[in-house]
Design a protein around this ligand. Structure first.
Ligand SMILES: [Fe+2]
Length: 306
């Protein structure tokens, strides 16, 4: 794909994101974009297997999850891995679940994902789409910073004959960030009406199940069906919910693998994550990527007002 076409595609996605405050991107378009940003066939192949190497989620029995923190630095034009920190989401951030406010520790992302060029390209892609988008600011985030912290969770949701896998047990919620992005890595034995994502107006009530929500407050719907189907949501302007994972053969295990990118500005004093928001590098798994130069041109959000 020529650079001009890549620019055009990124620009279209960016414009749709600015206009609708969320955007869905077809997996085939994602593959073309990621290839242009350096991903090779073998990277796509290994990205599909990431879900086979995850640790049990600390608070959800039907989920396996690893975690990693990355800094997107628009001043230095670099993306780097940050040291481990516990992870927490609170009710104040529109995340109402039994583990709201609880510190959660996820096993760190390993080299099988961190060195994958398709993964690097996903980080670049997200950066290009969000960097010039003005969002409704959350309390106690430093919106003037040139840095974002991006917390990445490769996640497998599992349904068994005894356990229903819920991609969002919390019902209607936000993820406590500025921009949420989720891409599908794969699924197995999953019914094709499973795991739909519903987008809601902020007036929708937190923790309602997806099928109990007010249709008049539903502003969009999306289903990840094939590899790298992707959705981006401006997280403080739209809430979301998801339907469960149902098994095609109910006697067998069903799985759904995604990779989630939460991205927000640094926390300031008073934010629940303030003490867990280090920008120190990860010493055991260092990574420092130059964002491709010359930068892919994306028109700045006209509504930007700082
Ligand atoms: Fe979410």
């Amino acid at each position: 794909m020529r650079k001009k076409r890549l620019n055009g595609l990124l620009w279209e996605i960016h414009e749709a994101y600015v206009k609708n405050r969320f955007v869905a991107v077809d997996g085939n378009d994602m593959i073309r974009i990621l290839e242009e940003l350096g991903a090779r066939d073998e990277d796509f192949y290994t990205l599909k297997t990431v879900g086979e190497h995850l640790a049990p989620d600390p608070t959800l029995p039907f989920r396996e999850t690893n975690g990693g923190r990355f800094c997107l630095d628009s001043e230095r034009n670099k993306i780097s891995r940050l040291e481990f920190q516990p992870f927490v989401l609170s009710i104040a951030e529109d995340f109402v679940r039994h583990d709201s406010g609880k510190l959660r520790s996820f096993r760190g992302i390993g080299d099988n994902l961190q060195l994958n060029k398709a993964f690097h390209a996903l980080l670049f892609f997200k950066y290009f789409i969000i960097r010039d988008v003005n969002v409704s600011p959350r309390a106690n985030l430093d919106m003037s910073s040139a840095k974002w912290v991006s917390t990445v969770f490769p996640t497998r949701t599992i349904t068994t004959p005894d356990l229903l896998g819920e991609p969002a047990l919390e019902g209607v919620h936000s993820d406590g960030v500025d921009h949420t992005m989720t891409s599908l890595l794969g699924s197995h034995n999953m019914m094709n009406d499973s795991a739909k994502t519903f987008i809601h107006d902020m007036r929708e009530e937190n923790s309602k199940r997806w099928n109990e929500t007010n249709r008049l407050l539903r502003t969009g719907e999306f289903q990840h069906k094939k590899f790298l189907d992707t959705v981006l949501i401006i997280d403080h302007e739209r809430k979301h919910s998801l339907s469960p994972v149902h098994a095609t053969d109910p006697n067998q295990r069903a799985t759904r693998d995604v990779i989630i990118f939460f991205t927000r500005k640094p926390a300031t004093e008073g934010h629940i994550s303030y003490h867990y928001d280090s920008f120190n590098p990860h010493l055991e798994f260092p990574l420092s990527l130059d964002i491709p130069q010359p930068p892919v041109i994306v028109r700045a959000d006209d509504s930007r007002n700082g």
